[in-house]
Design a protein around this ligand. Structure first.
Ligand code: NAD
Ligand code: IPM
Ligand code: MN
Length: 352
């Protein structure tokens, strides 16, 4: 029997509530399809930092995680204890040091889920945000001069490499080939004359290799508006790190809740462990109440199985979520119900 080793990092807030539901479902589906999952849990979090000199994760986390087949993460961050740019640094570090440059954030309207947009059906909203995940605006390059003085100057630089921009656009094209053959690139070349003009140029070059696709670019502001007015026109959207981050919360909103949308961080070209997580964060406003929606994390777990090569099991887990939504009345409060995290997790597990 094949075994996969999975590092689980529940993290903070609702991360600790949704990860156990995903693990329950993963164990059930692994039993059904006769493969093994060995989980090792890492308690890295803002809580852990209290006893570890303010560190959210151990210093050699990259070495520690490198031997796993995949990483399943809940969420990090508790702004009451630590500033977010400190508590979230390990997450960005994992993405960058493992070079997990391809971030896939699908947002499809699911059966019996109401979009905040009127009269939308499951046919109308089916968007994949492909986010550049290794460089761009998230390179921590910058500095502060004359801190706390009236003349204070702060610099934060984004870095866009030809290799980085080309490979993410290429991967987005490949995704579009397997979907509805349409790619939209988020740009802002009307204002960002170096970075986004460069993205436009690279798009033109890569597009030549994909004559079967309809490829367009839109300025990020107009793109946000069009997503709300007319989500049907979008299939795959490729974006820089920051634009992709923002767009994927927007598309999560369009399909009803951040509690539904998963995320895969992978490198198709190397052997680093992929990182799978919900798009959402630790949600301190609802943490500890047992009412977080576990579906985004369960669907991230399904993406992890697909990445591990367990395609049938992955499909079964995703289908169990769809069946749950179609047939059960259980809904967590983000979807207008009163069900608990555990009730939803159990119902999905039962349907596997
Ligand atoms: P958030 O995604 O945690 O929450 C935004 C809103 O969505 C909140 O009202 C929350 O209650 C709701 N929500 C999110 N997930 C939900 C779920 N599964 N079920 C029901 N409702 C859900 O974003 P935020 O409030 O901006 O950030 C909170 C903390 O999380 C911050 O520390 C932030 O830096 C961190 N964060 C971490 C990650 C990560 O670890 N990957 C991602 C985003 C934010
Ligand atoms: C996400 C999160 C992270 C990001 C933060 C918490 C660093 O918002 O995964 O979407 O911006 O990438
Ligand atoms: Mn985000």
């Amino acid at each position: 029997m094949i075994h996969y080793s999975i590092a689980s990092i529940p993290g903070d807030g609702i991360g600790r509530e949704v990860i156990p539901e995903a693990i329950k479902c993963l164990n059930k589906v692994a039993m059904k399809y006769s493969f093994g999952l060995n989980f090792e849990e890492y308690p890295w979090s803002c809580e852990w930092a209290k006893e570890h000199n303010g560190k959210v994760a151990c210093d050699d986390l990259i070495h520690e995680l490198s031997s796993f087949d995949a990483i399943l993460l809940g969420a990090l961050g508790n702004p009451k204890f630590l500033p977010d740019h400190i508590s979230l640094a390990p997450l960005v570090q994992i993405r960058q040091e493992f070079d997990l440059y391809l971030c896939l954030r699908p947002a499809k309207l699911l059966p019996k889920i109401k979009s905040p947009l009127a009269n939308k059906t499951t046919e109308d909203i089916d968007i994949l945000v492909v986010r550049e995940n290794s460089e761009g605006e998230y390179i921590s390059a910058g500095g502060v001069f004359k801190h706390n003085e009236p003349e204070e100057i702060v610099v934060q630089t984004a870095i866009h490499s030809r290799k980085g921009v080309e490979r993410i656009i290429r991967q987005a094209c490949i995704q579009a080939q397997n979907r509805r053959k349409k790619l939209t690139m988020a740009t802002k070349s009307n204002a960002m004359a170096y970075a986004m003009v460069f993205w436009d140029e690279v798009l033109e070059i890569v597009a030549k290799d994909f004559p079967d696709l309809t490829i367009e670019k839109m300025h990020i502001d107009a793109l946000c508006m069009a997503l709300v007015k007319n989500p049907e026109r979008f299939d795959v959207i490729v974006a820089s790190n920051l634009f992709g981050d923002i767009l994927s919360d927007l598309t999560a909103g369009l399909v009803g809740s951040l509690g539904l949308t998963p995320s895969a961080n992978i490198n198709p070209d190397n052997a680093s462990p992929g990182l799978f997580e919900p798009v959402h964060g630790s949600a301190p406003d609802i943490a500890g109440k047992g009412i977080a929606n576990p579906i985004a994390t369960i669907r991230a777990a399904a993406m992890m199985l697909d990445y591990l090569g367990e395609k049938v099991a992955s499909g079964r887990l995703e289908d169990a979520v769809i069946q749950h939504l179609a047939e059960s009345k259980l809904r967590t409060p983000d979807l207008g119900g009163t069900a608990t995290t555990e009730e939803v997790g159990n119902d999905i597990m039962k349907r596997i």
